[in-house]
Design a protein around this ligand. Structure first.
Ligand code: ATP
Ligand code: MG
Length: 392
């Protein structure tokens, strides 16, 4: 329950930690910054309750003003702190060195986490149904320069380096990318934007730079897979903060570096909303491939693979299953297959309970239609149309 007392206490704690830091005339320590941020958050969390009370309006104004000043000071402190750390070589105190080491170590850990070392965990290309055009285009981009290097040397055409896969969710973009890496036996770095965003300003840029340094220094063919690239490379806008802008700029610089290098590194990105991407990024993707919903043949192949070991009555063919699931994504079909397999398992369990192991009841069309009607497609027609008109 919010009382004036708790409010004043929280506010004074917030100010106290800030005053201690400011009065020393130095950049606040990292611990103090954390402390101040946490205190400010606790004050901010009780603000809505204050707002509800008219009489406390002026108190609220004071708190807001105080928070604004404190936040600004904290940001300055953080910037100063990072600037100091950036002058890596000139650092002399063991305390600072320790902090730098911990940043370097966490950068290293983050980079190591991006490398998929267990290639066997990736799907096989034959596990990916349909997407014929996408498979061919990716293999052409990755394999042909290795098989026919002389052609690429003679002509002034350089192989594609940056490919964008776009399409509705659950259509196999991530799975396809992993399968391609496994097929060509490339080193596979898979990163999502959250891996690249560090809450410490300056650290995200360094992380991106280090990643490209490592990958480009590598002789082996490598693939960097940047998933959900839209959250990192959205159109720039005037309200964007500096940190975001710097991350984007660094990424653009590194992509250009990749494109002008002689290494065998490919960047494959995936997105559900290509229309939100910054034009500067879009321009860098030499090939944009639409990954759409599976067609009837692909749906048939998916059911055949996923329900290979599930017995169903003879009237339930893969063709029939495909015909009643138009509009379902690959992921929808995976989930539906699980449901069907479980429904069949329940029949088995029921028979076992009454000790009847001789009659095997198989799911019929009606029962399967019932299951399908409870799992409608997750991607709307309207959304698909949006992709199709973007793709053409
Ligand atoms: N064409 C396909 N062939 C085989 N499996 C597929 C296909 N499409 C989807 N799947 C399966 O559906 C699941 C989800 O696929 P995946 O994560 O690759 O989709 P995505 O397009 O990357 O989705 P998102 O846009 O949400 O990231 C995976 O288990 C994948 O194997
Ligand atoms: Mg994905």
């Amino acid at each position: 329950m919010l009382t004036d007392e708790t409010l004043v206490h929280s506010l004074s704690k917030c100010m106290e930690s800030f005053t201690i830091a400011a009065s020393s005339g130095q950049v606040p320590s990292i611990e103090t910054l954390y402390e101040m941020i946490s205190r400010s958050k606790s004050v901010a969390s009780i603000l809505p309750a204050v707002e509800a009370n008219e009489h406390r309006h002026s108190m609220l104004q004071t708190i807001i003003a105080t928070l604004e000043i404190t936040t600004k000071q904290m940001e300055n402190g953080k910037r100063e702190f990072v600037r100091e750390l950036d002058g890596d070589e000139q650092m002399d105190t063991s305390d600072d060195k320790e902090k730098l080491d911990s940043f370097a170590a966490s950068r290293k850990n983050a980079l190591e986490a991006t490398i998929v070392t267990n290639i066997e965990s990736l799907p096989l290309l034959s596990d990916i149904m349909g997407l014929k055009e996408a498979k061919e285009a990716l293999l052409e981009a990755l394999v042909d320069p290795l098989l026919y290097p002389e052609w690429f040397e003679q002509s002034n055409i350089s192989p594609w380096r940056c490919v964008l896969l776009f399409g509705p969710p659950g259509t196999g973009k991530s799975a396809l990318c992993g399968a391609i890496a496994r097929e060509v036996n490339a080193r596979f770095y898979t990163i999502s934007s959250s891996d690249l965003i560090s809450s410490w300003s300056g650290q995200s840029e360094k992380l991106i730079r280090s990643l490209f340094d490592i990958v480009l220094a590598n002789e082996e063919p490598s693939i960097i897979f940047m998933d959900e690239v839209d959250s990192l490379c959205r159109k720039r806008n005037t309200n964007e903060d500096d940190a975001n802008r710097r991350v984007k700029t660094e990424l653009l610089v590194q992509i250009s570096r990749l494109q002008s290098s002689k290494s065998r590194v490919f960047l494959i990105s995936a997105t559900n909303c290509p229309w939100d991407l910054d034009p500067a990024f879009l321009r860098r993707f030499e090939k944009k491939i639409y990954i759409g919903l599976p067609d009837s043949e692909a749906r048939e192949a998916l059911f055949a693979k996923l329900l290979e070991r599930t017995e169903m009555s003879a009237e339930v063919s893969w063709k029939w299953l495909s015909s009643v699931t138009e509009g379902h994504s690959g992921d929808d079909i995976r989930r539906l297959s699980n449901e069907i397999a479980f429904a069949q398992f329940r029949l088995y369990k029921a028979a076992k309970k009454i000790m009847d192991t001789t009659t095997r009841k198989m799911l019929n069309r009606d029962e399967i239609s019932g299951i399908i009607s409870k799992s409608p497609p997750t991607v709307s027609r309207e959304y698909v149309r949006q992709f199709e008109s973007y793709a053409n």
